[in-house]
Design a protein around this ligand. Sequence first.
Ligand code: PHE
Length: 365
Amino acid sequence: MTSLLNLCINNIFIRLNLNEMIDQEIKNKLEGIKVEIAACTEEQKLKDLYASVLGRKGIVKDLMAGFRNVPNEDKKAYGAAVNAVKEEFTSILKEKQEEIVSQSNAKASKKTSEIDLMIPMETHRKGTLHPLTLIEDEVIQIFKRMGFSVVSGPEMESDYYNFKALNIPDNHPARDMQDTFWFINKMLLRTHTSPCQVRAIENIGAPLRVVAPGRVFRNESLDASHENTFHQVEGMIIDKDMSIANLIYIMKTMLSDVFGKELNVRLRPGYFPFVEPGFELDCSCLICNGSGCSTCSQTGWIELVPCGMIHNNVLEMSGIDPNEYTGFAFGLGMSRLAMMKYNIADIRVFNRGDVRELSNFDTFI
Ligand code: PHE
């Protein structure tokens, strides 16, 4: 019991001395270094701090060198105080070093994991082309291969190009075939791409072979097969001795190319004031190949392309002599074509802007 008490007293004595034995300035320095060690995150910096306390020219070495100047009766306490400093710093430096090593290991393993090929990839949604863009590009490529060039016209048209120059004068009943969005001054949103026919004849003259893709607008109420904004590709050839046989050949080749299989076509009479004779061109049903199914209402045919031989009035109005040149024109409905090719049941999908409905069609190519 007594010896235990002595030991305690002794310890307190040593601790008291420990504080007194070491010079205040050095103590402040050591406190500062302790703070630096606590904040240290780099191995090299820690090495420097180690050297400043425990190294060959460190504080502890200096303190030990001062041992010989300490009076004999204080030597023990002084020695204990210096040892305590040495032990304390040895332990906190060691602890810090372990901390830094384990942190840099964690960092290294994270780096490795960044190039770990087994980790599942983050999924990014891939952008795709709009089905109308896809079909339009494809159709245009096909026509280009057949020697057509591409022209365009404005979406906001004049009454003259949209109607009059196409043999549809004021008050002609055919104007009611296409419900028109009118602006003031007799300007309108073009109801078809046929005004491009007139502009092409004016700009190029005969002979010519052009296609004109573009957006057209009609004041329609919407349902699964009617839109107020849709896409057409207008096409025409004007040359010497052009006939209906040429028209049929071009249509058949183009449609077989788009759908990737040999299709049959047939003509039925159709009325459009700017062509004479005018036709509705049907193609053999893509689903049943002509044998009859619900898609083609058991007829084996699908109505696809309005077309005809360009009316003499249209040629004459644009300065071409119909006795010298003849030509044919057609108006391909891109929305219709895309719906058939990509199996889209509702025309409103194209303008709804819902990417879930509009993506992934480029896998069809
Ligand atoms: N422009 C007509 C329409 O949109 C289609 C057409 C074009 C008809 C060319 C004949 C010739 O209804």
